[in-house]
Design a protein around this ligand. Structure first.
Ligand SMILES: [Mg+2]
Length: 220
């Protein structure tokens, strides 16, 4: 039976403190390799295509990438909160415009098996690059972003589930606006954008605070 309470959550900058993209951009890539990001901001290419081209420029031993994944700093209490949310009947669906390759590794390293992961598939070749593929098999496939975050929220709302959303970026805005404001969690750019729009948003600094708030809700 599908869960009647679903937390749809962004991953980079939400479940983790830092974004994979920002860390590889700072530590492993040249400014020229980041040009696709400017092309995306100028609306010349899609977000997915920008990510695909930038990840395709990564050249580093896999161990170096593993260090990047640790430096992303997933919430240190991820496993405990994942277990408590599951026990309380909350299903967690990750909705990410990033890459499933590193999300799966981070969740596995944290000992979390209960999350549903919606993200573009990827493969790290020895020495690089990270090959990103469009998630064409996903019911939430979006040519623009890889995954349609708002589409995941709508899917669960349409079948009558209670849906919470957590995110940190402008790519989370549409999805965050769909959920009841008591169940809307934002940090960083997402929080600022929502406040500018006079929309209510629950602040969080790390993902465990979102989980704790959901677990504390009476009757939820
Ligand atoms: Mg994010």
């Amino acid at each position: 039976m599908p869960a009647n309470k679903v937390l749809v959550t962004d991953f980079d900058g939400t479940v983790t403190k830092h974004d994979f993209y920002n860390l590889v951009a700072e530590e492993l890539l040249t400014p020229a390799a980041l040009r696709p990001w400017s092309d995306y901001l100028a609306r010349k290419i899609t977000h997915f295509e920008a990510m695909r081209r930038i990840y395709a420029a990564i050249r580093a031993p896999e161990e170096r990438l593993m260090r990047v994944l640790r430096d992303m700093q997933p919430d240190p209490e991820l496993a405990r909160y994942a277990a408590e949310l599951k026990r309380a009947g909350w299903h967690v669906a990750v909705a990410s415009a990033g890459c499933r390759w590193y999300i799966d590794i981070i969740l596995k390293n944290a000992g979390v098996e209960s999350f549903e992961v919606n993200a573009s598939p990827g493969l790290y070749h020895p020495g690089g690059p990270l090959e990103l593929s469009p998630p064409t098999g996903s019911p939430f496939y979006s040519p623009e972003n890889g995954i349609d975050k708002a589409g995941i929220v709508r899917h669960h709302l349409d079948r009558g589930a209670v849906v919470a959303y957590a995110g940190d970026s402008f790519t989370d805005l549409e999805a965050a606006l769909l959920v009841p404001d008591a169940l809307r969690f934002g940090t960083a750019v997402l929080r600022e954008r929502l406040r500018e729009m006079n929309e209510r948003v629950n602040n969080f600094n790390r993902w465990g605070e979102v989980a704790a708030a959901l677990l504390e809700m009476r009757g939820a």
